[in-house]
Ligand binder design. Structure first.
Ligand SMILES: Nc1nc2c(c(=O)[nH]1)N[C@H]1C(S)=C(S)[C@@H](COP(=O)(O)OP(=O)(O)OC[C@H]3O[C@@H](n4cnc5c(=O)[nH]c(N)nc54)[C@H](O)[C@@H]3O)O[C@H]1N2
Ligand SMILES: Nc1nc2c(c(=O)[nH]1)N[C@H]1C(S)=C(S)[C@@H](COP(=O)(O)OP(=O)(O)OC[C@H]3O[C@@H](n4cnc5c(=O)[nH]c(N)nc54)[C@H](O)[C@@H]3O)O[C@H]1N2
Ligand SMILES: [Mo]
Length: 685
C-alpha cells in the first residue's frame, strides 16, 4: 500500500503549535514527524507527540455513543446509535429547560483541541440555547490581567527575538517541558556568549540548560521584582531618558513602593540570599537587552496578577522594552487574527445568561441555585481530573439528578460519570485552522485520516444537536471548512499581506504585527495605572503565605503528558515513572519517609496517594507533583487536584493551582486500593 504524507498541526494546548507531517497508509496514520518548514518548531516534535499515531489509533478510543448502564463512575455503558443519543440529549434538555429554564444547562469545555473551529464549536450553539455561560479561566487569566495593567494591548515581542538577548530569564517556566522549541532561543543566547537564568520553585529539567538557577519561595516573585527594582534605582542602573519619555508613574513607584524592598526585606520574602538578589540586579542592570520569558505557574496564586504586574514593570526601568532582544514575553496575542465574533455568535443569546467560573465547578454542581445545574455537557475537557477540588467535582458528578453528557476521545475520569458518552474524533480526523499563544503563526489543516469508528468532531455534533432542536440559523448548517473559509474571507489587520497560497496549502504563515507604540490609555508603559484598584504595583501575599501545613505543593506540568492528555499511552506513563511526589530528602527523613514508597499528601480538601521520589532538586518546604493522572492509573483513589482549591486569583477569576499546602504521611494499606467503583477493572494497556 502506498504511503501518503499529509501536513497537519499539533492541536494541543502548548505555546509551540508545531507543524507536523503525517504518514498515512490505507486511511490510517502510521507515523508523524515534525515539519521542517515550520518556522518556529523547525522539524522537531516533543516526546509526547513522537507517536501521536498511537493516540489516534489507540485501542482505548471510543467508537460509538454509550449509554450508562451502571452506577455513575462505574464505567459501565451500553453502545447506542447516534440517532438515539441525539434524541436522548435533546429530550432531556427540553424537559430540564421547561422546568428550570435553559440556564440549568451548563457547558464545560477547555482546550482538548486548540483548533479555532473545533475549540469554539459549542459557543454559537449554547448561546442560542440560552444555557449558562462558562467563564474559561482555568489557565492564565491572571497573567493576562497583570501584563495588561502595565502594557495594555501592546503586542509582545516575537519569541525568536529572545535569541538576540544577552540575558535570557526563564521566569516560572519549565520550557524544556512546556515549550521545548523555545529552548532553541536558549541555545542561541548561550552560543552568542549571553547568559540564561531560571527562576523557579524547584530545579526543573530546564535548570540543566541555565547558567544560574534561583529558587524562590512559592508566590514571592512580585517581591523579587520589586527588590531588583530597588537596587536598580539605588545604584543608578536605570534608563532615565526612557523612563521620562516612555513610562508613566516611575517617580511614584520610586517614592511610594520601592523604599520598603531593601535587599534584606526582599530576601526575607523570597527566601533568596541578599547577595543573590544583589548580583541579579547588577547583572540585569548591566545587560544590553535582557529578555524575560514569563511562564504561567507564578500567576496561579491568590496574588498572581499582581506578581505578573510587578515583573512586567522591570524591563521598563532599564529601557529593555525599547531594545531588540529585550523586554518581556508572557504570550503572543493572536486573538485578533480572525473575526471571532462571527464564530462565537454572542448575538444569538436570548438574554444575558449567567456566567459560571470553570474553576468553581465543584461549587456550581453542588451549591448553585436559581436554577441549579441539572445538565452538564462536557467537551474536550476532563474536569474530573484537571479542575481544582476534585472531591467536590466528583461529588457533583455523582449526583443522580444531574444529566451529564461527555464528548471525548477516551473514557476519561469525567466520561466515567456520564449518563451519555459521545465519541470524538482526534485532530487528524477533522479540518481546522490554528493560531498560537507562543508564536505568531497561523496554519490550516485538513483531515488526514477517516474518523475512527463512529466518532464525530465537536463541530459536527453541535450541528446535529442544533438540527434536532430546530435551530435555523445558517451557521449550524455550515461545515467546518465552510466556517474556516468564512473567517478567512473577513479581513483582519493581523493577516494583512500574509501568504494566502501557503496558508491554503496547509503551511504555517506568520502574521504581520505592528509594534509601533504602547497600546495603553496613556500611550506609555503604565507603572502607574489609575484604572487599577491598586494604582501602583505592590507586593501582595498569596493565599497560603501564612498557612500552617509544612509543604507548599507545586502541581507542575510533566514533560511526558499535557494536563490529563496522553495518559492512554503506556510508554509515556512509564516515562513519568508513575504518579510521583518529589520531596527533599531532609524533609522526608524528618517524617520517616523513604524513597520509592507510597505516601499520602493531605490537606483540608483531600488525601492523595503518590509514590515518593526523594531529590535535592526540590528545596525543603516544597513538594512537587508533576502531571495530572487519570484515576485509573493512580496508586490511590484520587489524583493531584484533590489537593487544590477553588479559590481564585486576585484578578481575572483564574485558577490557583500552585497556591496549596499539604502535609505528607506514610501510606497504609487503605490508601492504596482503587476505592472508586470500576477503577480497577480498566480496559487494557
Ligand atoms: N509537557 C507539557 N507541556 C505543556 C503542559 C503540560 O502539562 N505538559 N501544559 C500546557 C499548558 S495548558 C500550558 S498553560 C503551558 C504552560 O504551562 P504552565 O503550567 O504555565 O507551565 P510553565 O509555564 O512551564 O510554568 C510552570 C512552572 O512554574 C513554576 N512555579 C510555580 N510556582 C512558582 C512561583 O511562585 N514562582 C516561580 N518563579 N515559579 C513557579 C513551576 O514549578 C513550573 O516549573 O504549557 C503547556 N505545555
Ligand atoms: N494539578 C494541575 N491541574 C491543572 C494544571 C496543572 O498544571 N496542574 N493545568 C491547568 C491548565 S493550565 C489547563 S489549560 C487545564 C487543561 O484542562 P483541559 O483542557 O480539560 O485538558 P485535558 O486534561 O488535556 O483534557 C482535554 C480532553 O479533551 C479531549 N479531546 C481532545 N481533542 C478533542 C476533540 O477534538 N473533541 C473532544 N470532544 N474532545 C477532545 C482529550 O481526549 C482530553 O481528555 O488543566 C488545568 N489543571
Ligand atoms: Mo493551560
Amino acid at each position: 500500500m502506498s504511503c501518503d504524507t499529509k501536513r497537519s498541526v499539533c492541536p494541543f494546548d502548548c505555546p509551540d503549535t508545531c507543524g507536523m507531517l503525517v504518514q498515512v497508509v490505507g486511511g490510517k496514520a502510521v507515523g508523524v514527524q515534525g515539519d521542517p518548514q515550520h518556522p518556529f518548531s523547525r522539524g522537531t516534535l516533543c516526546p509526547k507527540m513522537l507517536h501521536y499515531e498511537k493516540s489516534v489509533h489507540s485501542p482505548l478510543r471510543l467508537t460509538t455513543p454509550l449509554l450508562r448502564s451502571g452506577p455513575k463512575g462505574s464505567g459501565e455503558f451500553t453502545p447506542i446509535s447516534w440517532e438515539r443519543a441525539i434524541e436522548t440529549i435533546t429530550e432531556r434538555w427540553r424537559g430540564i429547560a421547561a422546568e428550570f429554564g435553559a440556564e440549568a444547562i451548563l457547558p464545560y469545555s477547555y482546550a482538548g483541541t486548540m483548533g479555532v473551529i473545533q475549540r469554539n464549536a459549542g459557543h454559537p450553539f449554547f448561546h442560542r440555547l440560552g444555557a449558562s455561560r462558562l467563564d474559561r479561566t482555568i489557565c492564565s487569566p491572571a497573567k493576562g490581567a497583570g501584563w495588561q495593567a502595565v502594557m495594555g494591548g501592546t503586542p509582545t515581542p516575537s519569541p525568536e527575538s529572545a535569541g538576540r538577548s544577552d540575558l535570557l530569564i526563564l521566569w516560572g517556566i519549565n520550557a524544556a517541558a512546556t515549550s521545548i522549541h523555545f529552548m532553541n532561543m536558549v541555545q542561541e543566547v548561550k552560543k552568542n556568549g549571553g547568559k540564561v537564568w531560571l527562576i523557579d520553585t524547584y530545579r526543573t529539567p530546564t535548570a540543566s540548560a541555565a547558567d544560574r538557577t534561583f529558587l524562590v519561595r512559592p508566590g514571592s516573585d512580585g517581591a523579587l521584582a520589586l527588590g531588583i527594582m530597588h537596587i536598580l534605582v539605588r545604584d543608578a542602573l536605570i534608563d532615565l531618558p526612557f523612563l521620562q519619555t516612555q513610562v508613566q508613574g516611575f517617580d511614584e513607584l520610586r517614592r511610594e513602593v520601592l523604599p520598603e524592598f531593601t535587599p534584606q526585606h526582599t530576601a526575607r520574602l523570597t527566601g533568596l540570599a541578599q547577595e543573590a538578589i544583589e548580583s541579579m540586579a547588577a547583572a540585569y542592570g548591566a545587560a544590553r537587552a535582557p529578555f524575560i520569558r514569563l511562564g504561567s505557574g507564578l500567576s496561579r496564586y491568590g496574588n498572581g496578577a499582581m506578581t505578573v504586574r510587578c515583573i512586567s514593570c522591570l524591563p521598563a526601568l532599564v529601557g529593555a522594552y525599547g531594545k531588540d532582544g529585550g523586554g518581556c514575553f508572557p504570550d503572543t496575542a493572536t486573538g485578533g487574527a480572525f473575526a471571532m465574533e462571527e464564530l462565537l455568535r454572542e448575538d444569538l443569546m436570548p438574554g444575558s445568561a449567567r456566567l459560571v467560573n470553570m474553576n468553581r465547578l465543584g461549587h456550581a454542581l453542588n451549591e448553585l441555585a436559581d436554577p441549579p445545574v441539572r445538565a452538564l455537557y462536557v467537551y474536550h475537557s476532563n474536569p474530573a481530573a484537571v479542575a481544582p477540588d476534585q472531591n467536590a467535582v466528583l461529588r457533583g458528578l455523582a449526583r443522580e439528578d444531574l444529566f451529564t453528557v461527555v464528548h471525548e476521545r477516551f473514557l476519561t475520569d469525567t466520561a466515567r460519570y456520564a449518563d451519555l458518552v459521545l465519541p470524538a474524533t482526534s485532530s487528524l480526523e477533522y479540518s481546522d485552522i490554528y493560531r498560537s499563544y507562543g508564536t505568531y503563526c497561523i496554519q490550516r489543516a485538513a483531515a488526514a485520516v477517516e474518523p475512527v469508528g463512529e466518532s464525530k468532531s465537536n463541530w459536527e455534533v453541535f450541528s446535529l444537536l442544533a438540527r434536532a432542536l430546530g435551530f435555523e440559523e445558517e451557521i449550524f448548517a455550515l461545515s467546518a471548512d465552510q466556517m474556516i473559509d468564512r473567517l478567512l474571507a473577513l479581513p483582519s489587520p493581523l493577516r494583512r499581506g500574509i501568504d494566502r497560497e501557503a496558508l491554503a496549502a496547509g503551511r504555517a504563515v506568520e502574521l504581520s504585527i505592528d509594534r509601533e507604540g504602547y497600546r495603553t490609555a496613556s500611550g506609555k508603559i503604565e507603572i502607574l495605572n489609575p484604572a487599577q484598584a491598586h494604582p501602583l504595583p505592590r507586593y501582595l501575599p498569596s493565599h497560603e503565605e501564612g498557612g500552617t501545613l509544612p509543604f507548599r505543593l507545586m502541581t507542575a506540568p510533566n514533560p511526558f503528558a499535557l494536563n490529563a492528555t496522553f495518559y492512554e499511552q503506556e510508554e509515556l506513563r512509564r516515562k513519568q515513572g508513575g504518579m510521583r511526589l518529589q520531596m527533599n530528602p531532609a524533609d522526608a527523613a524528618a517524617k520517616g519517609l523513604t524513597d520509592g514508597e507510597p505516601a499520602v499528601a493531605w490537606n483540608e480538601l483531600g488525601e492523595v496517594t503518590f509514590l515518593l521520589s526523594l531529590t535535592e532538586k526540590v528545596p525543603p518546604g516544597v513538594a512537587v507533583a508533576e502531571g495530572v493522572w487519570w484515576l485509573q492509573f493512580a496508586p490511590g483513589s484520587r489524583s493531584v487536584n484533590a489537593l487544590t482549591s477553588q479559590r481564585l486569583t486576585d484578578q481575572g477569576g483564574g485558577s490557583t493551582f500552585y497556591d496549596n499546602r499539604v502535609d505528607v504521611r506514610r501510606a497504609s494499606g487503605a490508601d492504596l486500593p482503587h476505592a472508586l467503583p470500576g477503577i480497577a477493572d480498566t480496559n487494557g494497556n
